[in-house]
Design a protein. Structure first.
Length: 385
């Protein structure tokens, strides 16, 4: 995607047309093309060049409109239902409740209750009160920072921690990593690799720190998603023409750690637990969730992840990349092809972790990004095993 041109993207213009429409759900691709003075064929081709489509833009806009309108009492629910394409309020309320687990009115009341407050200080306190990172994890990060990690050093560190050692061997024994290893050293050298083991150590450190603070099933699925992130990244990288844009070590860490904020925000002893859980249940797009949390709680998903990573002294480049993605979500920075691929993988991980199993739009996005066989790639994800 070309992000050097200062001219507005067609996708941005489409969003404006949707915003100006009385019933954006009813707007067709031909009508939108006519508004921007283009033929339908040219309209589709231009959007494809921006690695998107009218359907994807409209779907995301309607999903965000749904929750954005419920952050205040300004828009009536009846009017919102019509804007979203429902024939009557009752039909909309049933669909909303099925998706979010409560009615639009209840979601609005919950959102308004928290929207006037800021939770940055509360999140900092919650992050600082987590169980300290295990010694083995600290050692791995220290050696990595000093560029002194080699196979012998990492093997010795892992072997000194029986729990981490068992987890490394257990993960390396999964079919996606090949033949079952004989010991930690072989698990690292042949199956996983040094960077993957460091990522695993950090992920499991968070898992243990959250063990008594987050619903066990939620923790299980997210931890499995974090663990699988590097492998999913490598599969996507091998299937795209844009592999030169992707950075192995940094991107793997961004994807493995980028959703840590979900667990920080869904701790059961926090006042925002209920709102965040219902939001995660109903919102199936990471960018939309990130923006909703920022507007309703004054803190975003990526900012929450960065907070935890900074307290744990994780690579500053990871935090810098998450900040950039946060800026993209807010429309303060234009997304590159590299960003689009990261968001695609984030959404895949997030949906499976939360139980949002629909992937048709992700498959369409993958095709626009020239990623081959993405539907088959997503089918390989089995977190609960």
């Amino acid at each position: 995607m070309n992000t050097t041109d200062n001219a507005p993207l067609l996708s941005e213009t489409v969003e404006k047309v949707l915003k100006q429409s009385a019933i954006p759900a009813a707007l067709t691709i031909n009508e939108c093309a006519k508004v921007v003075a283009m033929s339908a064929t040219s309209f589709r081709r231009k959007l494809a060049q921006e690695e998107t489509s009218f359907k994807l833009i409209q779907q995301k806009y309607l999903n965000e409109l749904c929750v954005r309108a419920l952050l205040t009492k300004q828009d009536k629910i009846d009017k919102l239902a019509v804007s979203l394409g429902y024939s009557e309020r009752a039909t909309f309320e049933r669909a909303f409740r099925q998706k979010f687990g409560l009615t639009p009115h209840q979601f609005r009341e919950l959102s308004i209750q928290h929207s006037a407050l800021g939770y940055q200080k509360d999140l900092v306190a919650a992050a600082k009160n987590l169980t300290p990172m295990p010694k083995s994890c600290k050692q791995l990060l220290k050696e990595k920072e000093q560029n002194s990690l080699d196979l012998e050093v990492i093997t010795n560190i892992v072997n000194q921690d029986p729990i981490l050692s068992a987890r490394v061997i257990g993960q390396a024994s999964k079919a996606v990593y090949g033949k079952t290893p004989n010991g930690v050293k072989e698990a690292i050298s042949r199956n996983l690799g040094i960077n993957t083991v460091i990522n695993l150590a950090v992920v499991y450190a968070l898992n243990d720190a959250m063990a008594e603070k987050v619903d066990p099933l939620v923790l299980l699925r997210y931890t499995a998603a974090f663990v699988f992130a590097p492998k999913l990244f490598q599969k996507v990288r091998q299937s795209t023409q844009h592999h030169a844009f992707l950075q192995n070590t940094l991107d793997e860490q961004v994807l493995a750690f980028g959703l840590f904020g979900v667990l920080l925000l869904t701790q059961e002893d926090t006042s925002i637990h209920q709102l965040v859980c219902h939001s995660v249940q109903g919102i199936d797009d990471i960018s939309s969730l990130n923006n909703h949390l920022r507007k309703s709680l004054k803190v975003s998903l990526f900012a929450s992840s960065s907070l935890l990573l900074s307290l744990w002294h994780i690579d500053a480049q990871v935090i810098k990349q998450l900040h950039h993605l946060d800026q993209v979500c807010q429309g303060k920075a234009k997304a590159t092809t590299h960003d689009d691929i990261l968001f695609l993988i984030f959404n895949c991980l997030y949906r499976y972790a939360t139980g949002h199993t629909t992937v048709e739009d992700l498959v369409e996005k993958a095709e626009l990004l020239n990623i081959e066989g993405f539907e088959e790639i997503t089918a390989e994800i089995q977190f609960a095993e």
